[in-house]
Design a protein around this ligand. Structure first.
Ligand SMILES: [Zn+2]
Length: 381
């Protein structure tokens, strides 16, 4: 089977190894002639970024680059990006990278034509309707990791640099117009990032699958996403150049993100404040938190994970699935505690107060209290 395709769900997707060379056609399809490529500092110096800029320049699209993007992008990165967009006379954004480059790139396109501050568009009620939808510049997304799935998401996570809170900024038109998925871009990902990002995709699938809301489409996507991670993440981890594994992980990442329209849960509610306060890697903190959250949610999710385990070829139903999760973490070199990632228990009260405010709580199959979150933080540390 050739792992390539042109899909239109959940947006236009050009999928296949070696397809980065189609970047100029992809920009044309999205309606841009003078794109600004937005990525993070670390990625800016890598050969894949130079390759993308070379392809653009050769096609007469310039080589506009903005890379002043922190690992947890904040409103100052965003303001600088919007300024670069306007100063360069750009007409669209290529959001290039892992979560940071994708999320900030999407926000630069979104904010390039708005007059209100970004916090006015937080994902609360219908705040997104405050935005001038016509002023949103087109977005092409080019993922270089396989985890966040932000390339098919309608939101970005922006950290408030003053309060350290992670805010979700949502607008339907933040969904990239075209996604270019080239698994070759992910072969150079270091092992720890392969593990962390891959387990983020897995957490999206697990939490979407656990969420009590009615959304059978998401449920099916989450289940198959879990299977792809189970089969192919260990292979991508063992051999980064395994293109078949890299391709399936790229799909799994998009599937996780598509599925979590159904909801996330306690794993992400715990993980977001840990990331914001201790700057720990998002996917890695999710992986550390997953065993404790599965145990906490056990009675509400046992039945559906009995079925999932059967589909995934895991013996022992829900308990078998739990054992599989711990074993997968161990094989991927994930620590067993948040303390090993630098988190300290004296801040648990503060973390629990932040977690209860996190919109992810709403998708947890068991209603969460501050006390529950405190207990979960203790167990994860
Ligand atoms: Zn996540």
């Amino acid at each position: 089977m050739t792992l390539t395709g042109n899909w239109t769900y959940p947006t236009a997707i050009r999928f296949g190894a070696g397809r980065l060379k189609e970047l100029p056609e992809t920009c044309a399809e999205a309606g841009m002639a003078r794109p600004l490529l937005v990525t993070d500092r670390g990625l800016a110096d890598l050969p894949i970024t130079a390759a993308a800029l070379d392809i653009l320049e050769a096609a007469g699209l310039g080589r506009g680059l903005f890379a002043e993007v922190d690992p947890n992008p904040n409103e100052r990165n965003l303001a600088a990006g919007v300024e670069a967009f306007r100063a360069g006379g750009h007409d669209g954004v290529i959001a290039f990278g892992g979560g940071s480059g994708l999320d900030l790139g999407k926000m630069v396109a979104f904010m390039s034509g708005q007059t209100r501050p970004v916090w006015d568009f937080e994902d609360i009620g219908d705040w997104w309707t405050r935005a001038d939808a016509e002023a949103i510049a087109p977005i092409v997304a080019v993922p270089t990791t396989a985890g966040t799935g932000s390339e098919v998401g309608r939101a970005s996570v922006i950290t408030n640099s003053e309060t350290h809170e992670k805010k979700i900024i949502f607008h339907p038109r933040v969904l990239p117009r075209v996604v270019l998925c080239d698994p070759e871009l992910t072969v150079g990902m270091p092992r720890a990032i392969t593990a962390g990002t891959g387990l983020d995709a897995f957490a999206h699938c697990v939490e979407a699958f656990s969420s009590p809301h009615y959304h059978p489409m998401s449920q099916g996507i989450a289940l198959e996403g879990m299977r792809l991670v189970k089969e192919y993440l260990p292979r991508a981890y063992a051999d980064g150049t395994d293109l078949e594994a890299r391709a399936h992980m790229m799909s799994a990442a998009m599937m996780g993100s598509t599925a979590f329209q159904k909801g996330l849960g306690a794993i992400h509610a715990l993980s977001h404040p840990i990331g914001a306060v201790f700057n720990a890697h998002h996917g890695t903190t999710n992986a550390v938190c997953m065993p404790a959250v599965l145990a906490f949610n056990a009675e509400a999710i046992r039945e559906r994970f009995d079925s999932a385990a059967a589909y995934l070829g895991i013996e022992g139903g829900f308990e078998g699935f739990q054992a599989f999760v711990q074993d997968l973490n161990d094989r991927m070199g994930i620590p067993r505690t948040l303390a090993e990632l630098g988190a300290t228990p004296e801040r648990i009260d503060e973390l629990a107060e932040m977690a209860i405010q996190d919109p992810s709580c709403g998708g947890n199959p068991v209603a969460l209290t501050v006390e529950d979150l405190r207990t979960l933080f203790h167990r994860c540390m």
